[in-house]
Design a protein around this ligand. Sequence first.
Ligand code: SF4
Ligand code: SF4
Length: 106
Amino acid sequence: MSACQSCGACCANFRVDFSIYELDTEGGQVPSGLTVEVNGNTCRMRGTDHVPIRCAALTGQLGTRVGCGIYEWRPSPCREFDEGSDACDRARARHGLPPVAGLQVG
Ligand code: SF4
Ligand code: SF4
């Protein structure tokens, strides 16, 4: 099982900005109702610029069991975010979770 399923820290730590052309209304796949406009070219996952940060698409309880409500249609920054990367470890640390590399696999 991926550490992500019991984490969600990155979805509650960073602004998630991407091109408006990823929106379903612009020929892409990301549900536009879960986003806010930043400027003419860029939009953002709703909730990722709030305090505390939490993406509107994140379901479940952070650090216990989570899911992305739009997993198949999530924007490129989410697709490109690497489990076990430095950014992942930073996000986890901010939510009191140990680095992925320190977890027992199995
Ligand atoms: S912070 Fe890392 S382990 Fe947690 S959900 Fe994001 S990619 Fe997965
Ligand atoms: S769209 Fe999904 S993967 Fe991306 S930040 Fe939101 S909950 Fe996380």
